[in-house]
Design a protein around this ligand. Sequence first.
Ligand SMILES: [Zn+2]
Length: 346
Amino acid sequence: MSGIKTHPWVVGVDLGGSNLRVAAYRELGAAAASCRASGKPLAQAPAAVVKRPVGEDRRVEAIVERIVSCVHEVLGQVGVSRVAVVPVGVGVAAMLSDRKGTVANSPHLGWRDVAFGPAIARRLGPARPVGVYNDVNAITYGEFGVGAGAGARDLLCVYVGTGIGGGLVMNGELVEGATNCAGEIGHVKVAWTEDAAPCNCGQRGCVEAYVGGSYVQARVRRELEGGVRSLAIDLAGGDAAAVNPGHVDAAAAEGDPWALALWTELAPLFAVALGNAITLVNPDRVVLGGGMLGRTPTLRDQALLALSLVTPPALLDPVEIVMATLEDDAGLVGSALLADAGVSLI
Ligand SMILES: [Zn+2]
């Protein structure tokens, strides 16, 4: 971040499907610069943070009002004047279609083709320049700035939660792409027949439709309710409906045949998507994160083993593959850092 003017105060916003979090950070850009120099992550605690439910009213005006009042609230708590310039970065669980904060599609918020960026910029005013970012791009930049990506130059971040998202930093800068969709690794295809798994994006055969947490959960439920016997059911207290991917992972680690077969099918699919991405962009670091990967270490280990079969050594050998370190704060910190660096301000 050397050469980039950073601000004393920045605000990060994490707009998820159920919760809204807004945080004010002091000297965050300077902290990221020192992480980059040392190559060591250093979690940043916000000076003030508020958390609210997104609420029932999902109209864009209603959500903008909620965000704006939270931004005023955190900056009021830390005593920043209304005229001081404070960049605001908003990470949203959505596919964007430009760099002005137009949301093409957000199943979580029920939005399609919504001019979110202009609406929030109008309400925040000129002292609060605002940028809108895809949530996984924000996470990627947060991990790159002060998390597991500290000191990397070319970073690929892959988050496997309910779905799969990804982000790319090349030569120190976030790669946004022509329509702000770069890094959407969840929709890379790993199957292409007519019976390939259907994905929420409308297409078939996306890696997300196989390995994304909610898809795995649905498949596990379907197979167990179909009468499959597995140790995973015992691990969930005998209730097949309560089995989650973490139980499947623990059962696979114990050698349960059904759980092992499922993981043996899914691990190479994830490895192919990740290996192809590594081959395409040649990163020096890969950060893996998200709730699904976090609780399935057996699946992760199998995928990493398979990775060596699908990635040329010249590309795989130099890559450091690490787990994310910022957990729930990555998107907040990353949005704030992106806005601080002036990326796609409206
Ligand atoms: Zn898809």
